[in-house]
Design a binder for this molecule. Sequence first.
Ligand SMILES: NC(=O)c1ccc[n+]([C@@H]2O[C@H](COP(=O)([O-])OP(=O)(O)OC[C@H]3O[C@@H](n4cnc5c(N)ncnc54)[C@H](OP(=O)(O)O)[C@@H]3O)[C@@H](O)[C@H]2O)c1
Length: 240
Amino acid sequence: MTNDRGRLAGRVALITGASRGIGAAVAKRYAAEGAHVILTARTVAGLEEVDDAIRAASNGQAQATLVPLDLQQGEEIDKLNAAIGGRFGKLDVLVGNAGLLGEMTFMAQIEPERWQDLIDVNLTANWRLIRALQPLLLESDAGRAMFLTTGVAGGRAYWGGYAVTKTALEAMVRTWAEEMSETALKINLINPGAVRTSMRADAYPGEDPETLPTPDEITDVFVELAETNCLRHSEIVNAR
Ligand SMILES: NC(=O)c1ccc[n+]([C@@H]2O[C@H](COP(=O)([O-])OP(=O)(O)OC[C@H]3O[C@@H](n4cnc5c(N)ncnc54)[C@H](OP(=O)(O)O)[C@@H]3O)[C@@H](O)[C@H]2O)c1
């Protein structure tokens, strides 16, 4: 059943990168807390799997809105404004979660196309989401936005464009947060720490994934930062 007493009852939340990993776990948790979730990613099968899980957990009472899109297509991001505005008239929560790791290598050995992919997905797409969705977040009585960062922001050898784009993401989110400080919109960054996902396995192929928390185990902070009574703003919040 729909959870009309959940901590996010009645809220409308958009989550990027919801086809697997942390985004999928946040989607399921938000739905369990009563939010209506709008899910984006490129992999339709992954989005449908998350929707199936949401329906099953609610005995068919809840369902997600699926918006398959490639965040490297900026015009597709722009269309979210009209699509969400037309149906809901506002957006309560934005979770900018989608991310790309890229190749772990020397700066001088990164291929230009792979560099551009990282800039596009980890930085530009989040700016474009801000640009498209700020008006709808301000229509909410208590808009909330959060973006995923990492301990390697600031720079780390061999983490290349990932470290660089997450550093820039942090600067962008803090800049936006300062601009919005007189509004009801609260904006933060989340550092999830090491989490058992395919991205983590790509970064640390020799690591035993069983030693890491699952995405489902780190969703509390996402709920806290989405709640209307949470006034945290312009912080980097650790998930654990
Ligand atoms: N896992 C960790 O230990 C860890 C640590 C620190 C920070 N983080 C951050 O947490 C976030 C989630 O990471 P994760 O570990 O859950 O990664 P993941 O399992 O690799 O999932 C990444 C998500 O991003 C989406 N995505 C990637 N490129 C996209 C594109 N061009 N267009 C649309 N969606 C795209 C993927 O969907 P499709 O492929 O279906 O498009 C997928 O849903 C990332 O921002 C990551 O940097 C993770």
